[in-house]
Write a protein that binds this ligand. Structure first.
Ligand SMILES: [Cu+2]
Length: 151
C-alpha cells in the first residue's frame, strides 16, 4: 500500500465512525424538562425527570447542548441556612426507577448561552450515558418565577 492509499483508508474509516449515530438507550425517557430563565445571560438551571423503565441501571455521565457553552451536573445542598452547590461527576438511575432534577436538588447548571434565549424557547439537550448511549430532549425555557411546565 502506498502512503496515499493508507491515508485514504484511514480517513474513510474515520468518516464511518463519525457518521455512526450514538445508540439511544431503550426504555429511557426525559420528562418535564424545563429551564428557569434568568435575565442578563446569568447561568440558568435545567430541571427534568429521567425515567429508566429498562431492566438495567443507567449512569448519566454528561449533558451537552449547542445552546450553552457549558453544561454541568450540580447538586444544591442546604447547610446551616447557607445554600451552596457541588459538582456531580455522574448520576445513577436504577432499573425501573427515576431521578428528579428539581429546585433545591440535582440540576443542570447552564452557562455561556450561545444564542439569546427567552421564555417560550426550546433548548435541545443531549444526555450522555456510560457505554455511549445518548438521548435527546427538548427543554422549555420558562420565566424566572415559574415552578415547572404545565403538563
Ligand atoms: Cu448549580
Amino acid at each position: 500500500m502506498t502512503m496515499r492509499s493508507l491515508l485514504a483508508a484511514a480517513l474513510f474509516a474515520f468518516s464511518i465512525a463519525a457518521a455512526a449515530a450514538a445508540p439511544t438507550p431503550t426504555g429511557v425517557r426525559v420528562e418535564h424538562a424545563w429551564i428557569r430563565w434568568l435575565p442578563a445571560n446569568l447561568p440558568s438551571a435545567g430541571y427534568a425527570v429521567i425515567v429508566n423503565d429498562s431492566d438495567t441501571p443507567l449512569r448519566l455521565t454528561g449533558v451537552r447542548s449547542a445552546d450553552y457553552g457549558m453544561v454541568m451536573l450540580h447538586r444544591s445542598l442546604l447547610a446551616d441556612n447557607d445554600s451552596r452547590m457541588e459538582m456531580v461527576p455522574s448520576l445513577e438511575i436504577p432499573a425501573h426507577a427515576s431521578v428528579t432534577l428539581a429546585p433545591g436538588g440535582y440540576h443542570l447548571m447552564l452557562s455561556r448561552a450561545t444564542r439569546t434565549l427567552k421564555p417560550g424557547d426550546k433548548v435541545p439537550m443531549t444526555f450522555e450515558f456510560a457505554g455511549g448511549a445518548e438521548l435527546q430532549a427538548d427543554f422549555s425555557v420558562l420565566p424566572a418565577n415559574a415552578s415547572g411546565p404545565a403538563d
